[in-house]
Design a protein around this ligand. Structure first.
Ligand code: PEP
Ligand code: MN
Length: 370
């Protein structure tokens, strides 16, 4: 997969300030007082640079609070005038875009429920043409990097160069500890494909519970993500949406203070040691790949042998023994059960595939070990 976005680095349009870069504010704007009280507290935290509040809320069920709508735009104007914070709101259609821009909102964001729908994203992109407003694109609800990339491309192709991707986790049927599973490999792959694209992490929607937020925020920084979007409410227990995942401004302040900002590069001694460790890893990976290749060679041998003797490929008893034995051995060597199961599953799938190929082959020239 390739990705080429014509974007500006965050530093080209976001004035530098205390790190990490934080966007904070309530899940929803509820009243002028709640918005302004929260914003005034947040403005005292040097890292908070942008104030967020949802005005048009995408709710799972009807007849729940669906946001205050356009009237909240005036409250955000006041936030900007009274605190100097930049403001951002979620937009889900061209009308929201127009109203937000007309009211002087600084940054727009597309929510996870909008990003899943290319028609909506395209309509919004169309309405952004000719504007120069920064746009944040949250990941879609489902863990499909291509859908996320597609939305970023549509917005970028509308001429928006001030672009940020927001990682807010992915929705799954089975619940783990998180409300939305982080699947860090997805934002990491996005960063690999487009190193200039700023990615900020939304620990509030990943976690769903405040006590999980600090670890996820730290992990985001350790993975060199460019900032955090965190929900903060003056009185979280009374919040009309997402009450369990919002921090008070004070809690947010101490959470930020506890975060460790690590350096990307260290001193010479550190770099040398790191190089040494990296070359050890390279060597081990080489060995591992050669071992896997040898394993597959033997697997094919077995396939041929089974074919000659008219035996089925899948032998469940043997497979259960492998799982049990290997997992136990791996755990004794300090590997996790989850990792071992994933690894063995992948090996098994590839082995079955190889054997099936051998079985279906008409003539079978022996494969050589390279
Ligand atoms: C939000 O930021 O309040 C929101 C609705 O988030 P998401 O689109 O990530 O669910
Ligand atoms: Mn929310």
């Amino acid at each position: 997969m390739t990705l080429s976005l014509d974007i500006l680095p965050l530093s080209a349009w976001m004035p530098v300030g205390a790190l990490p870069f934080i966007i904070a504010g309530p899940c929803s704007a509820e009243s002028e007082k709640q918005v302004l009280d929260t914003a005034k507290q947040l403005a005292k935290i040097p890292q908070v640079r942008v104030f967020r509040a949802g005005l048009w809320k995408p709710r799972t069920r009807p007849s729940t609070f669906e946001g205050v709508g356009s009237k909240g735009l005036q409250w955000l104007k006041k936030v900007k005038a009274e605190t100097g914070l930049m403001t951002t709101v979620e937009v889900a259609n061209p009308e929201h875009v127009k109203q937000a821009i007309d009211s002087g909102i600084d940054i727009l964001w597309l929510g996870a429920r909008t990003v899943v729908n290319p028609f909506s994203v395209q309509e919004i992109a169309q309405s952004l043409k000719g504007t120069n407003i920064p746009v944040m694109v949250k990941n879609p609800l489902n863990p499909d990097l291509r859908v996320w990339i597609g939305a970023l491309e549509r917005i970028n192709q509308a001429g928006i160069k001030k672009l940020i991707a927001v990682h807010r986790g992915f929705s799954f049927f089975t619940m783990g500890p998180f409300r939305n599973t982080p699947m860090w490999e997805i934002p990491i792959e996005l960063k690999r494909l487009s190193p200039n694209l700023p990615i900020i992490v939304d620990p509030s929607h990943i976690c769903g519970k405040t006590h999980l937020i600090p670890a996820v925020a730290q992990k985001a920084l350790d993975l060199e993500m460019n900032g955090l979007m965190i929900e903060s409410h003056i009185k979280p227990s009374e919040a009309l949406t997402d009450p369990d995942q919002q921090l008070t401004p004070e809690e947010l302040n101490s959470m930020i203070a506890s975060l460790v900002i690590r350096e990307e590069y260290g001193n010479v001694e550190f770099e040398n040691k790191l190089e040494e460790l990296r070359s050890e890893i390279d060597k081990l990976d080489e060995e591992m790949i050669s071992i896997l290749s040898r394993r597959m060679y033997i697997v094919e041998e077995m396939g041929r042998f089974k074919k000659e003797n008219n035996i089925t490929i899948l032998q469940l008893k043997r497979w259960s023994q492998i799982i049990r034995g290997r997992v136990e051995a791996g755990i004794n060597l300090g590997l996790s059960r989850e990792f071992l199961l994933k690894l063995l599953e992948a090996l098994h799938e590839e082995s079955i595939q190889r054997q099936a190929e051998v079985m279906n082959r008409k003539d079978q020239p022996p494969t050589s070990i390279s």
